[in-house]
Each structure stands twice: as structure tokens, then as C-alpha cells.
Design a binder for this molecule. Structure first.
Ligand code: SF4
Length: 926
């Protein structure tokens, strides 16, 4: 049928001739080249060129020739029809909808393959010998044809066959065509073009003058070299166009984007475009619309709410968006996070002072009412009509004048909604949630790419590159495993049918021929062509593609000028900041009392951390955590206390460990709270409870759960789960009190006791779990722990936890001797005290043997004074503004802290030898 030269195609289009391209992408490329030429001629307006992709051409030619008596099914309608047929066939009894839908998609593909490659097999009698899965598909295909005939429907795959029949019955009168970008013509395409009239293909260009084939050490080096080469090439030829071909461009999209945005060698980010789009559901506006619709009658996961409110879509004004984000932050600061949020629960929550914008609440409520007032079941068309109304009520898309890209996304979104609405073609009805799920699936399956900006670098897969030409081409991934690309034969068609009809991937020979044809086409599409492959992929050795090697010769190693920068340009500049920013001075005040009812306040400072009678006192929230953080990492203390930095706790499906701990503390506080809390206070009272101990505990647990259980937990969790939590708590507290019955006599002096000691000018608000008066009159400081703790955390010089040493050293009245400080480990199977006691066997538990840590390692006055000095030094460091990024135990300390993004400890020079803990501390202390 002949060829037309590429330069003549422009004259052909200018003369009103038509071009049929293999794909939408190839048709766009033809039009883009035409427009570029017109602009280069200085024109400002010109007639649009006639360039259509194959499917559009076949559809319009069929419709022009009287094919409009049938309803042409769109992909969603056709899939839905196949789904019904497969379900009614009984082959998928017991299947859920998603696998049945996947089977329907396979059936659609098989049907399309038959139409394109072996239309004679569309006759049922030609398939009579098909067995098993193939036989089942044959039955579905017969039912599909019957349904289409009965209802006047037509599959898109049948359009070329219908067109062929019309062409064969109408002779002449058809303008010649030029074909672009066909690597090979399918049998049906060949027949249609032959029946059409005269047609020609665009002649292949001159073979490339420069062909190179490189091998790189790995995929990263290969990609970096490609980006660097593109950057240099375009720097030398600013008007040139480069085509990058990558067979896995879709999967490696992020990696490719990063490489081209940072091409190395100090080059500027490159302008590039991918030929393949992204799922519409991943496009911000479409995702926001989908979430807003779901929120009206269903819950959203917390990260979805976070994204939706942070995204600003749905907020009428920037201030409204900021207010919504403030509420979300407030929720987390108050620990009110949930795994899922219904709209009603979100609107009802109270996250402190920040309130939800009333206009937003009112709009959401109106949309919800609008939906509730709609019949529960109606046609998809009616639901599709309701969607824009609901979104408009909610304020989507949130901006009065969308950008061009947003406008395109909105229009693509509306097309997806309309496609779902078209499912009413068979008079079905559905519920709102069914329609919503269908829409979400359509959004996930629809690929979207914004209109081309004619970027100088185009990135495409080998097949999508058909019809594209450039000044230079770089083909990535030319290794034996990837090129020729291999695929699987179709499971619903007999293998001999696929082979004889030469369907894709029916034999390795076919894959080889296609790869050869694409490679040859690429070699004629640019004067300069570079192939490359990585010697190693995911740690596995690879070999070069034999198809490419046969044309381009043996690969050579990447030239040194394309080697990745070594080392990479640093993103940050190291700057050693030795400056200290002290805590701002507060007005002089007389030091606060260290313990309620204390009578000897000032004399407490006579130990070296001496304070004048009137001094600068700085009150800090956060209790002992300030000094614990200062000891763990000075920057952590600075960031959490002075900058208010905070890591988020993720919401959990059940009660969090922290919520469980709080409930346990509350129950023990009530139990030992004395008559005011209907509790007890002494060892004797505990013994007197006798067998009623469990009943006593149950009453307290029930009361505490009724008063303290977080509202969100009550709303979200099953009553049965809460019952189990109650039983667990009763058992644990009962066991603990049984254990306390074995102690030496004691009296509980205080529970949840507040103290405000001032340490070297820093006033802290402390709250102690419990203070016991022991049988020798001394005081025992107790901290309840339900997690795993060890007294090792108190060890100097950098204690990991200063709470109890701090309280024992500064929180107690001097008149009272400190008898010990202990963790009360309230854990099933491991109930015990752990800590330091002056005389544990005499005052705590006479059954302790000499090997027990409590006996072996008693509390001494020296130990107390060492803690006192170390803690006072921590307070001074904090007030002086010492904020070194110096974790006590990297990375364990950092993993518990979570402020990585703020302190950027991970960006420290990895080469740096880690200093030993003590030296690091002392060096910074100078
Ligand atoms: S992450 Fe580590 S280095 Fe960073 S502030 Fe926290 S403890 Fe310090």
C-alpha cells in the first residue's frame, strides 16, 4: 500500500487528509508536531488536523455509515453485562463480587482477542470442541451475543467487524488514509484498511547515525546516567526533543521522577512528561470528592480524614481550611484520635478551644440531609445526577477558579461519574453505597494524565512510544529478562487457537518479532539512539538483550562522564551551633514550696544547688519529663518543652497501652484513696477485707470505668470487648492486692500527690502515684508500671528516667526520711516491687532473700545526693538552653522519641565514629 515520507505528512494534514494512529498517544503526537510547525511559521490560528486513534476512527466510521441503530456499550457497561452472564451461568456460585468482576474482565479480553485475531471463532459452532474453562467461556460468549442481539447492544470490540461488513457492502467514495505508529497491524485492522480504499504508512525515518549500547552497574546508576545525559544534551541543544523509553515506566515512575528532578552534576531539574497516566483516584480533587461522598453515610479512616482536611478541598476559604486542620491537631494533642471517624462523631467531638467552622458544619449537615431524603434505591443515572449536587453543597472543589490541571481533573471526574450513571442501561437499580463503591472502582481503574505541555523529554513504554519521534532516544532496561517482554497466554482461550491466530505472547517467537519490530522502529525515530541495561537488578546478575545486541553490538560500560556524582552533592550544609539560648528570665519570686504543707522550703537548697531567698524561678509544664528528656537528649527537652514539638500516637482499634495504664492508675488511686473514695488506706484494712477483696475491687473497677473510660472507646468498641477489659482489670488489681498482703505493715500516706519542687531555679509540677509510710517511719516512693521497666534506667551519669530519683531527692519534706523508691510492677505473671530501699527485708518484705536486688543493692544517702547533684545539673543545662542533638542511646532513644524530622539526627555524618557515651557528654559539657 506504500509509504508517505514524514515531512509529507504535514502537507497531507494541511490539505485536509486524515491520519489514523495506533493509539491515543500516537494521535496526540501527530497533532502536537503539526501544531509545533504552525507555531514555528508564526501563525496564531489554523484548522485542527484530522488525526484519530484506531478505536475512535473505527467508531466514527461505523457511526457515519449508519451503525447508530445499536447502543454501543462502554467498558463499564460491558463488564457489568459479562458479570451478570457469568453469575447466571452458575460457574461462580459462592464467589464474592470482586473475583467475579476479575473473571468478567478476562472474558472481555478474550472476546476482544477473538474479534481482532480470529473473528471466525465468534460463531458458536466453531467453538463446539472447546472444553473446561475454554468451554465455559464459549458458553458465556454465546449468552453475551444473545443478550446483545435481544437488547440492541454492541461491544466496542465488535465495532471494527461491523465496520468491515459495512465497507464491504459500500464501494468507493472513501478518502485515502495515512497510518501512524503501528508496530504491526492486527488482522482485523489489516482487513478494515484494505476494505477502506487507499492507505499508506508513514515511511520509517533514516536509520540512526549514532547507536550506542551501555551497561551500568545497577538500575540506579543506569537511571542517573540517563538523566545526566538528557540534561547535558538539552543544555547543548535547547530546542531538541528527547524520548526516554522504559518498559516499566509505570512501576518506576517515582524513581524516574526523582532522577530527572535531580539529574546530578549540578544540573537544573528537567522538564519531562510521562505518556502513561495515574489512577484518577490518586488525583487530589478526585480523591477528595470520593472521600467526601463516602463520609456522608460511612466512616473514614483517620489518615483519610487527616488528608481530606489537610488538603483544603471542601473548605470554602483558606481560613476555613486552616481551622479544620487546627481541630485535627487539637484532637491528637488531646489523645482523642480514633481509627475511624463518622461525620457525626467528628462534628460532635470537642478538641479543646478550637471549634469546627460553623459554615463547614452546616454545609456537611445539609448534604447529609439531602442524601437521607433520597430514596434508598434508585437508578444509577439518578445517583449520578445527585453526586454533583452533594459535592456542591459540601463546597467541593473548594476554589472558585480552578487551574487548568484542576479543570481537566474535574472534567475527567465527571466523565467517571457519568460512566457509572450509564450502568442503568439495563434498568437496574442500586443503593447509594453500591453506587459509591462502583464509582470508587471506576476511579481506581481510570488512568488520568493532564494535557501535554509539550515537555522536551517524553517518557513512554516501548509500545506507547509508537508514532513518537525525537532528536535522541534513550532506551532503558535493555536486558535479556525484560526485552523482549514476555507475557502469559490467555487462560480462557485454547493455546492452539492463540498460536494459530498469532495472539500476543502465544509463543516466544512472537514476543521476539514484536521486540525486533519496535527496536527497529525506534532506531529510525531519531538520529541518535542509546540503549542501556543494568548488570544487576535487585541483586541478581543480568545479561544484555540479544535483540538489542544484534543491532547495537556488544554493550560497553557507561562512560565516566555519565557516572553518578560521587559523593552526591550534600543537601544540607553542616553548621555547628554552639550558641545557647537560655530560658527567658521570669520576674523574681520567692521559691515555691516543694511539697504541699512543707515547712522547710528554703533550707532544702543547702546542698550545692543553692538558691538565694529571692530568685529567678521558671515554671515548666511536663513534670519530670522535662529533665528526663534533658538527660535522654538535650534537644528533645528543648523541642518538646520550649518548641511544643510532639510526636503523634496513632489511633488503635482497641484501648491504647497508655489508656490501659491510665485506667489501672485510676483504679489503684480509688482503692487506696481512703474513705473519700470508698477505699482503704492501711495494710490492716487490706487484711480485713479477707475474702471480700474481689468484690471490693469489682466495685472500684466498675465505678472507674463508668467515669473514666474515654467516650470514643465506648462508641467504637463492642460491649463484649469492654467487658473483657473490665474482667482483666479486676483480675490484675486483685492479684496485685493479694501480693501487697504479703508485705510488712504500711500506711498509704498519699496517692496522686502533687509537688512543685524548684530545682536550681526550675519549678516542676510533679504528681506521684503513691507514698507509703513504712514500719520504721520512713517514706516509700511508689510508681505504678504496667509495662516493662528496670531500675537500670536510673543509673548515672545519664539516667533514662529521672521521675522517682527526682521525687525522692527533691519532692520529699526533709523531716521525712526517704525509705526507698520503687516501681510497682503491676503486670500479670510478674507482680513485684523493683527499686532501691534502705532496708527492704525489714520494711518491705521479710521473705526477701539476700540475693534479691532490693536487699543486695540498698538505697544509700550517697546515692541520693549523687542523684540530687546530677538532676540539679540537668535543670541548669535546661535553663541555660543547652540543646545538643545527643541521644543517650542511639537509635533506641530516638525510636522512642520520634522527633527525627525536627532534629535530623539521621543526617549526621555516617562516617563519624560514635563517641562513647561518657566522652560525648563531657565534651559537650565544657
Ligand atoms: S530523635 Fe533522637 S536525636 Fe532527635 S530529638 Fe529525639 S532523641 Fe534527640
Amino acid at each position: 500500500m506504500g509509504f508517505v515520507s514524514a515531512p509529507d505528512v504535514d502537507a497531507w494534514l494541511r490539505g485536509g487528509g486524515s491520519v489514523v494512529a495506533a493509539s491515543e498517544r500516537a494521535a496526540r503526537a501527530v497533532k502536537a508536531a503539526f501544531h509545533r510547525d504552525r507555531r514555528a511559521e508564526g501563525l496564531t490560528a489554523w484548522p485542527a488536523p484530522q488525526a484519530l486513534d484506531w478505536k475512535s476512527f473505527a467508531r466514527s466510521a461505523w457511526a457515519d455509515r449508519g451503525g447508530d441503530g445499536l447502543l454501543l456499550l462502554n467498558p463499564m457497561q460491558e463488564e457489568s453485562l459479562w458479570c451478570c452472564i457469568i453469575r447466571d451461568s452458575g460457574h461462580t456460585a459462592g464467589w464474592t463480587e470482586p473475583p467475579r468482576r476479575r473473571l468478567a474482565q478476562l472474558a472481555m479480553e478474550a472476546h476482544e482477542l477473538l474479534c481482532a485475531h480470529a473473528p471466525h471463532l465468534l460463531r458458536p459452532t466453531a467453538r463446539s470442541a472447546w472444553q473446561q474453562d475454554h468451554g465455559a467461556f464459549s458458553g458465556w460468549l454465546t449468552a453475551f451475543d444473545d443478550a446483545c442481539r435481544a437488547d440492541g447492544l454492541l461491544s466496542t470490540s465488535r465495532v471494527p467487524l461491523e465496520l468491515l461488513s459495512l465497507l464491504e457492502n459500500q464501494v468507493g467514495g472513501r478518502p485515502p488514509l495515512v497510518l501512524a505508529g503501528f508496530d504491526r497491524l492486527l488482522p482485523i485492522q489489516q482487513k478494515v484498511f484494505d476494505a477502506w480504499a487507499e492507505w499508506r504508512s508513514i515511511a520509517p525515518g533514516e536509520p540512526a547515525e549514532a547507536i550506542r549500547f551501555y551497561s551500568a552497574a545497577n538500575e540506579q546508576a543506569e537511571l542517573s546516567a540517563c538523566a545526566l545525559w538528557c540534561s547535558r544534551y538539552l543544555a547543548g541543544k535547547p530546542l531538541a526533543r528527547v524520548l526516554v523509553v522504559a518498559h516499566d515506566a509505570g512501576q518506576r515512575r517515582g524513581e524516574i521522577e526523582r532522577a530527572f528532578l535531580k539529574p546530578g552534576g549540578g544540573a537544573q531539574p528537567l522538564r519531562f512528561e510521562f505518556s502513561l497516566g495515574v489512577p484518577l483516584l490518586n488525583v487530589g480533587l478526585a480523591r477528595a470528592a470520593s472521600l467526601l461522598l463516602r463520609w456522608l453515610d460511612d466512616s473514614l479512616e483517620e489518615h483519610e480524614v487527616d488528608w481530606l482536611l489537610g488538603n483544603g478541598t471542601g473548605a470554602a476559604r483558606p481560613e476555613e481550611a486552616a481551622a479544620l486542620q487546627t481541630v485535627m491537631r487539637g484532637l491528637r494533642r488531646k489523645g482523642l484520635q480514633r481509627t475511624r471517624w463518622t461525620l457525626n462523631a467528628f462534628v460532635r467531638q470537642r478538641a479543646g478551644s478550637a471549634a469546627l467552622p460553623s459554615a463547614w458544619v452546616e454545609r456537611m449537615a445539609r448534604a447529609q440531609k439531602r442524601l437521607e431524603a433520597t430514596p434508598q434505591t434508585q437508578s444509577p443515572l439518578e445517583w449520578a445526577g445527585l453526586v454533583p449536587q452533594l459535592l456542591e453543597t459540601m463546597g467541593w472543589p473548594g476554589r472558585t477558579s480552578p487551574t487548568s490541571a484542576e479543570f481537566q481533573a474535574i472534567s475527567r471526574w465527571q466523565q467517571a461519574v457519568d460512566s457509572c450513571g450509564s450502568l442503568g442501561f439495563d434498568s437496574r437499580t442500586m443503593t447509594w453505597s453500591e453506587f459509591r463503591s462502583t464509582l470508587e472502582r471506576a476511579l481506581a481503574e481510570t488512568l488520568y494524565s493532564a494535557e501535554s505541555q509539550d515537555a522536551p523529554i517524553q517518557i513512554a513504554g516501548p509500545a506507547e512510544s509508537a508514532g513518537l519521534s525525537a532528536d535522541a532516544i534513550w532506551f532503558l532496561g535493555a536486558d535479556e529478562g525484560a526485552w523482549p517482554g514476555s507475557g502469559r497466554t490467555h487462560p480462557l482461550l485454547p493455546i492452539d487457537v492463540q498460536r494459530s491466530a498469532r495472539m500476543p505472547h502465544a509463543s516466544p517467537q512472537l514476543d521476539w518479532e514484536l521486540a525486533e519490530s519496535i527496536t527497529t522502529r525506534l532506531l529510525a525515530a531519531a538520529p541518535e539512539v542509546i540503549f542501556s541495561y543494568a548488570n544487576q537488578k535487585e541483586g541478581v546478575e543480568t545479561r544484555c538483550s540479544r535483540v538489542v545486541a544484534a543491532i547495537a553490538g556488544t554493550p560497553r560500560p557507561l562512560p565516566s562522564e555519565l557516572a553518578p556524582d560521587s559523593p552526591r552533592e550534600p543537601l544540607t550544609v553542616a553548621f555547628e551551633d554552639r550558641e545557647l539560648v537560655p530560658v527567658p528570665a521570669a520576674p523574681p519570686v520567692v521559691p515555691a514550696a516543694r511539697l504541699k504543707k512543707s515547712t522547710a522550703q528554703l533550707s532544702l537548697f543547702d546542698d550545692g544547688a543553692v538558691q538565694p531567698a529571692a530568685m529567678q524561678v521558671h515554671e515548666m509544664p511536663g513534670g519530670s519529663n522535662v529533665l528526663t528528656a534533658q538527660s535522654q537528649c538535650a534537644f528533645k527537652a528543648f523541642a518538646t518543652t520550649r518548641l511544643g514539638a510532639q510526636d503523634w500516637d496513632l489511633a488503635e482499634a482497641g484501648l491504647t497501652a497508655s489508656q490501659r495504664g491510665q485506667l489501672l492508675h485510676a483504679v489503684l488511686h480509688a482503692v487506696w484513696g481512703g474513705p473519700m473514695h470508698r477505699g482503704i488506706r492501711t495494710f490492716t484494712e487490706l487484711q480485713e477485707l479477707g475474702p471480700d477483696l474481689r468484690v471490693f475491687v469489682e466495685e472500684h473497677v466498675q465505678r472507674v470505668l463508668a467515669e473514666e473510660m474515654p467516650a470514643a472507646a465506648r462508641e467504637q468498641m463492642q460491649p463484649r470487648y469492654l467487658e473483657l477489659e473490665e474482667k482483666r482489670l479486676v483480675r490484675l488489681v486483685t492479684e496485685w492486692l493479694e501480693y501487697e498482703r504479703t508485705r510488712e505493715p504500711f500506711t498509704v500516706e498519699a496517692t496522686e500527690e502533687d509537688a512543685n519542687p524548684t530545682i536550681a531555679g526550675l519549678t516542676l509540677k510533679l504528681r506521684l502515684d503513691r507514698l507509703d509510710r513504712l514500719n520504721n517511719g520512713s517514706l516509700l516512693v511508689i510508681d505504678y508500671k504496667s509495662g516493662n521497666v528496670a531500675t537500670k534506667s536510673w543509673e548515672l551519669p545519664r539516667p533514662d528516667d529521672v521521675q522517682l530519683p527526682l521525687y525522692a531527692a527533691f519532692g520529699l519534706d526533709r523531716e521525712n526520711e526517704t525509705g526507698g523508691l520503687v516501681f510497682a510492677k503491676v503486670r500479670t505473671g510478674n507482680l513485684c516491687f523493683a527499686g532501691k530501699v534502705r532496708d527492704a527485708a525489714a520494711t518491705l518484705d521479710s521473705s526477701l532473700d539476700r540475693k534479691s536486688g532490693l536487699v543486695k543493692d540498698p538505697l544509700t544517702p550517697e546515692q541520693l545526693s549523687e542523684w540530687k547533684e546530677a538532676i540539679a545539673q540537668l535543670a541548669r543545662d535546661f535553663l541555660d538552653g543547652r540543646a545538643d542533638v545527643d541521644p543517650r542511646d542511639y537509635p533506641t532513644t530516638c525510636d522512642r522519641c520520634g522527633l527525627y524530622s525536627l532534629c535530623r539526627v539521621k543526617e549526621r555524618d555516617d562516617e563519624e565514629e560514635p563517641e562513647d557515651e561518657e566522652n560525648g557528654w563531657e565534651a559537650g559539657d565544657e
